[in-house]
Design a protein around this ligand. Structure first.
Ligand SMILES: [Cu+2]
Length: 547
């Protein structure tokens, strides 16, 4: 019985097919009756003029039809005035986005970690850009019932998910009644956050892990043919599919062969390949083999090295021989800012991991006969339709890594996103032993490894403690928001190995700083061993130049 299985059973009993309960925070709408007009806003002014005209027309009709004298102001209905609290963050626009017909103002709080703005498409209005923690108001004027689209117009943000709708209902009169309760109130443009609801939402999203979703990325691509001369033939089709990025949330993913990440292409050094690409996208494409040595005309950069592969059915065959080992990736180069982050990325590897067998680092010796229990890719993304994700899924749909106590695991991080991601693994230090596929002369242990766009780092760790250990990007807005955990989080689940003796290892990587000289595995690089060969107790003897 593993923790993962228990969670799966628990979720199955909840009845919701997606295991995804409604965790919408308590509505935060504040009504005002005396909102001061902002003269600088033409949209607001236009709204006032149109509103006045509308009221005038109603009055005129009443006069004509009823033949009665009408003293305008007395008969005109009081117009509701509503301020809607809106949150803007990477990459979503949130809040209880409803208001009664009438004057509406958006009060936008940037709860993210980078600049945002929010506008209303139908009205042609856009707020000023506001930094993290900042607040800005956007008066919209008098709105008729309907659905209005909110979006952030900072490049790439709408595409990454910063779009939502504001629903204006027809019950303006009812809202006016409610407005009296808070009008002229405590001056806070919003109630206190519902802390209990936030806690409940966090716990609920975390207990939903691991959530089942349709589709799984990184399958290993088998050759469709191996020619007589040994050439391996692979087929890739670029196509747009619906991809369940988190439970119940389907997005339009741009894919190779319908999965995110794309299928892994795993080769041996010296292999010749032919890769047939069919482009079913609406725009041209090409494939760049990132970190892989190829002839120039196979580098996949239209128009320099080839023509674009035509949209809607165009084809192209890449053909080259891999002469060197590589830990690379393949991705679209044309309009990569959109195509790649929408899902067009995959692993391209040649050769074996350059594991430093038998070598000692910071007092920890990697076994000569080490067998890696699991070797997996961890592809990072943060934008496009896929958004903040690990291997094409957002928590709780991310896949846990289930292993046994004592297992060694090798992970390669590939950053196909637009931002850096410091990847933090709880409990188990990671030995960084290759960068962009190049074996390091001096591997090093970390608990947090920053991975920039385009980089690959390959690490090794040994899981000798039982339990569920989370593993996540440490930019906290990439993993948590007010309605719970999401994005770049998964976990290592270490199951107990009967009879496992944690002391059967000369130095435990999880507490190697407690090791005193002599306890370490035989090595000339034992921790704290002074350069002058003394016992190290009198550190003042050692000078920086070693004399
Ligand atoms: Cu991150």
């Amino acid at each position: 019985m593993t923790i993962v299985e228990r969670n799966l059973e628990g979720r199955a009993g909840q009845g919701d097919a997606n295991g995804h309960a409604d965790i919408t925070p308590t509505p935060r709408v504040v009504h005002y009756t005396d909102q001061a007009p902002q003269q600088s806003n033409r949209g607001w002014m236009l709204g006032v003029i149109l509103g006045a005209l509308a009221i005038g027309m109603i009055g005129l009709v009443a006069i004509v039809l009823g033949g009665m004298a009408l003293s305008g102001g007395e008969a005109a209905p009081e117009v509701a005035s509503t301020t809607v609290e809106v949150s803007a963050r990477e990459f979503a626009i949130g809040g209880n986005l409803t208001a009664p017909a009438g004057e509406v103002t958006l009060r936008i709080t940037n709860t993210g970690s980078t600049d945002h703005n929010v506008g209303v498409r139908e009205l042609g209005l856009m707020s000023t850009t506001v930094g993290p923690g900042g607040v800005v108001e956007l008066p919209l004027g008098e709105l008729a019932p309907g659905v209005y689209e909110l979006y952030c117009d900072i490049a790439g943000h709408e595409e990454s998910g910063m779009v939502n709708t504001l629903t204006v209902t027809g019950d303006g009169q009812a809202a006016v009644t409610g407005a009296g309760e808070s009008a002229g109130g405590h001056g806070g443009h919003g109630d206190d956050p519902d802390w209990a609801a936030m806690d409940a939402a966090m716990m609920e999203t975390m207990l939903a892990f691991p959530a089942e979703t349709e589709g799984r990325g990184n399958p290993v691509l088998a050759p469709t043919e191996v020619k007589a001369d040994g050439t391996k033939v692979f087929d890739l089709t670029a196509e747009i599919v619906d991809w369940e990025v988190e439970p119940g949330k389907f997005v339009e993913a741009w894919t190779y062969n319908g999965v995110v990440p794309a299928p892994q292409i795993l080769l041996d050094r010296g292999d010749s390949v032919e890769i047939n690409v069919t482009n079913n996208l609406p725009i041209g494409t090409d494939i760049h083999w990132h970190g892989v040595h190829t002839p120039n005309d196979q580098d996949g950069v239209a128009p320099y090295t080839q023509d674009l592969i035509e949209p809607n059915g165009g084809t192209f065959t890449y053909s080259f021989t891999v002469e060197d080992d590589a830990i690379g990736m393949y991705h679209a180069h044309n309009h990569a800012q959109m195509a790649v982050v929408n899902g067009m990325f995959g692993v391209f590897r040649v050769g074996d991991n350059p594991i430093p067998y038998g070598q000692t680092f910071s007092g920890v010796t990697i076994p000569e006969d080490l067998e890696v229990a699991m070797d997996i890719p961890m592809i990072l993304n943060d934008a496009g339709t896929i958004g903040l994700s690990l291997n094409g899924k957002s928590f709780p749909a991310t896949e846990p890594l289930v292993i046994n106590q004592g297992d060694w695991v090798s992970i390669t991080y590939y950053n196909e996103g637009l931002q850096i991601h410091p990847m933090h693994l709880h409990q188990f230090p990671q030995l960084v032993y290759a960068k962009d596929g190049v074996p390091l002369d001096h591997p090093y242990w970390v608990d947090t490894l920053n991975v920039a766009p385009g980089e690959r780092y390959t690490v090794l760790f040994r899981a000798d403690d039982v339990g569920t250990w989370v593993w996540h990007c440490n930019i906290l807005t990439h993993v948590e928001r007010s309605d719970g955990m999401f994005g770049m989080v998964t976990a290592i689940v270490v199951n107990e190995t009967p009879g496992f003796d944690p002391d059967d290892w000369p130095v435990d990587p999880t507490n190697w700083r407690n090791v005193s000289i002599g306890d370490a595995a035989p090595s000339d690089a034992a921790i704290g061993e002074p350069a002058d060969g003394t016992d190290g107790e009198d550190s003042t003897d050692a000078t920086p130049d070693g004399t």
